[in-house]
Design a protein around this ligand. Structure first.
Ligand SMILES: Nc1ncnc2c1ncn2[C@@H]1O[C@H](COP(=O)(O)OP(=O)(O)OP(=O)(O)O)[C@@H](O)[C@H]1O
Length: 304
């Protein structure tokens, strides 16, 4: 694997209101080819971090000019509160959202063609004039994600899982080198969640895409992502192998959210096993956010 750093965020902070830091001096870096999970309790700052990395919101700056920086694929996205993301750089970064961000009244084919905008002359792109070659690329991407037969349906006619796969197809035609996904499976059922995570893992393995994916469900982080970064109250609380996450640490990370879920199956696992980087011998039956019986069954299936 190349050792090239493709995400480099240094000392970034973000406050929406004066004096309330949602991100507090966060530094993370990802190397090309990694697949990394971003986890944390609700409100810990995962979406804010993803949106900052994608150059969708400005990070905080300060008068001294040393307010943190984000560099992606070797180019500055923002520095000390100033956004500076070029069109060319945006074309190299795919962003996947929980709510898919497709244009509802347009067909899947057209939505996927929008992934080509960064490669087309501005006028043709602005007018949405896609030629046969563009459409062929979009069809190939839709076939890859397994929904080619729905190409001419409007986005609204499809299930959440199918729409998310279309959003992934859009990143495929975009030719993104780096994919940042903000809770892409949060609104999907377990079967659709697996398909989406399988696709991200396939793009990571076979296309060499670097993937940063925020997840509510720790079991998916452990199953799909060799490395996990955990946020707690806007700070990095853990950055290391997913296999070394311990029940004790996760209980602490999720606090009240996981109190009842973790205790019975995680007794005997101590914080020291986390420190020593030991692995769970038996993955837990129930994970944070696994509030329904369906999710419990899913966790068991994934850990089989
Ligand atoms: N545009 C905004 N204006 C004001 N506050 C915001 C804004 N966006 C996020 N916040 C606040 O920032 C904090 C972190 O939100 P964020 O969405 O990043 O958390 P999260 O970890 O992604 O949570 P969840 O898992 O529930 O999606 C929350 O307290 C939220 O209310």
């Amino acid at each position: 694997m190349s050792l090239e750093t493709v995400i480099d965020a240094k000392g970034i902070s973000k406050s929406f209101q004066r004096g309330t830091a949602v991100l507090d001096n966060v530094s993370i870096s990802l190397r090309r080819g990694e697949m990394v999970a971003l986890i944390g309790a609700s409100g810990s700052g995962k979406s804010t971090l993803i949106r900052s990395l994608a150059g969708l919101i400005p990070i905080d700056g300060n008068a001294r000019g040393n307010g943190g920086s984000i560099t992606m694929l070797g180019e500055a996205v923002q520095k000390n509160g100033r956004l500076n993301c070029s069109r060319a750089l945006r074309a190299r970064i795919g962003v996947i959202f929980q709510q898919f961000n497709l244009v509802p009244r347009l067909t899947l084919l057209t939505n996927v063609c929008f992934g080509l905008l960064g490669q087309l002359p501005v006028l043709r792109g602005t007018l949405g004039q896609f030629n046969d070659s563009d459409k062929r690329k979009a069809m190939q991407a839709l076939a890859r994600v397994g929904i080619a037969e729905h190409a001419l349906k409007r986005a609204t006619e499809l299930s959440g899982g199918q729409q998310q796969r279309a959003a992934i197809a859009r990143s495929l035609v975009q030719g993104a080198e780096l994919l940042i996904a903000d809770e892409p499976i949060a609104s999907l059922d377990p079967a659709s969640s697996r398909r989406v995570m399988d696709l991200l893992a396939d793009m990571n393995r076979n296309d060499g895409l670097t993937v940063l994916v925020s997840l509510h469900q720790v079991e998916y982080a452990m199953k799909y992502c060799p490395r996990t970064i955990a946020l707690k109250a806007g700070k990095v609380a853990y950055d290391g192998p997913s296999s070394a996450l311990t029940p004790a640490f996760l209980n602490q990370l999720y606090g009240a959210e996981s109190e009842e879920l973790f205790l019975p199956s995680f007794e005997g696992q101590s914080a020291s096993s986390h420190d020593a980087g030991q692995h769970w011998s038996d993955p837990p039956a129930v994970m944070p956010h696994a509030s329904s019986a369906a999710m419990t069954r899913e966790a068991e299936r994934l850990s089989a």
